[in-house]
Design a protein around this ligand. Sequence first.
Ligand code: F6R
Length: 599
Amino acid sequence: MCGIIGCTGGTDLVPTLLNGLAKLEYRGYDSAGLAVSNSRIHVLKREGELDELVGAVRDENDLGGTVGIGHTRWSTHGKPSDENAHPHTDCENRVAVVHNGIIENNHSLRDELHGLGHEFESETDTEVIPHLIGNYLDRGATPKEAFRLAVEKLEGSYAIAAVFESCDEVMATRKDSSLVLGVGDGVYIASDVTALVERTDTVVHLHDGEFAYLSEDGYTIVDESGNPQPKTGTAIEWDAEAMAKGHHDHYMIKEIYEQSSALRECLRDRFAGNFVSLDAAADHRAVDSVHLVACGTSYHAALYGAKLLCERGIPAQAHLASEYAMSPPPIRDGTLVVGVTQSGETADTLSALRVANERDAYTLALTNVIGSTATRECDDALYIRSGPEISVAATKTFASQLVTLVLFVLQLSADESSRDETRRLASALTELPEQIQAVLDTSNAEAIAHRFVDSSGNFFIGRGMQYPVALEGALKMKEITYQHAEGFAAGELKHGPLALVTEETPVFVSIVGDDEIARKTVSNAKEVKARDAPLVVVTDGQSSVEEFADEILSIPPTNPTLAPILVNVQYQLLAYHTARLLGRDIDKPRNLAKSVTVE
Ligand code: F6R
């Protein structure tokens, strides 16, 4: 959700903050702000995307400071506005604070502080923090003491950074919200490594309850009681080039095109003879059932993983993480709980994993981000190796999640009898990157987008392994085009949703192979056609679809387990081109943010 950054420095301070905020903007873009401090604090903040703040900075000629903090916001408490933008200050402008997370006891704290004469300027939960700090300053506490005492009173989740007047340190702390230090020529603090890769190649992870103090001379980290916490840095594996948009108009299309290379990286060194060999080591003999917990696109990957596990004889269920955390199903000795999460920071998924940990399940984080909270809280981690994904809409990471799940299922179900199937899938997997490239090079999705750009609704249907990508196709369409789109199991349409299908609503259906699933999907497609809906069929050419399809999107034939990955590339292109024709803000769709760190 919100992104925060803090650093020390001289002339470079404001450009460094703005640069970091640009990298964090995918976490929220309702408003942006910064505060710099030396003998006094100067705050500048603007509603809207970062460009608004950049413009305001340009008009300002007095923004010098020794320390600074910045924030890009995804609104939770209070609508997007200049007043609700961070940083927030106390009544006397002695401290400025940026925050990601939710302060759950903000109402009672606000009442208490009102009673003590504090005046609030925003509707945010965050504003109680600088006022609390100010309250302790009034009572004679030093800035460090005031910061720690204020944090002690907070309930909820938070990553916080603060600067004080006449103090050359940035102070920061966290609970259930990510915060990392970048250590290189200077010292930086940020919500995640993406903000830091241009400045440093080493990060130090701050843990819950720890406090970090950054100054020109370096940094110190202490625990809640003030004891120094020695830490070693971790190398950042992503470089700045991987995070540049290059010649592409949007990150989304760049990342769609990166799928071939992402999958090569995902597969690298993961086969040993006829078996899969992964860095994560869940002991398959001890696993008798699997729960996959996830949100959004990652939930669709989880659904795919659960189907695959069931096919291989391992009982498995995919759960929406937000529901799992509220009403978890029974967890037994042999239950493995897998959190599928690109960022490793999604609050709902972390909650579900915590519930599983409390019940002594063996937990595994299937993620893209080394050192993310999910990797630290789970028993083990399995990396999808996709590289940084900046566009809010997940694309390449979904493909990498599916392939990693295939590998994982092969490892989990490995025995002598499955050796041939493993060999077949391994061979199909090695061809997949080139097949994706072929789809990208030949797709006619743009022409189809032109034809249906004004449709009143879009339906995506699929059966079996194609069902999760029907859901994903619809999600991608709705989140970046703002057009109505729904995904259904193909057999389910006739049980209600068919009433919505008209000649105004294209139906997208994937029919691959020539088996019973394909034959039944053909029947469902014909049911739609009989209601005059335009029918777009994604096909590998193995079933005859020409007689009823209005439009065809082709994919090369592959192992049926892997076909959804190719189908999905067509759906991604379709959503992208539709959004483009509609003039949408593709990388930053309205109301959304990547890394959803609130429940
Ligand atoms: C949609 C999208 C989201 C995420 C979801 C989970 O394009 O990206 O639906 O998939 O917010 O995020 P992670 O995978 O980081 O847990």
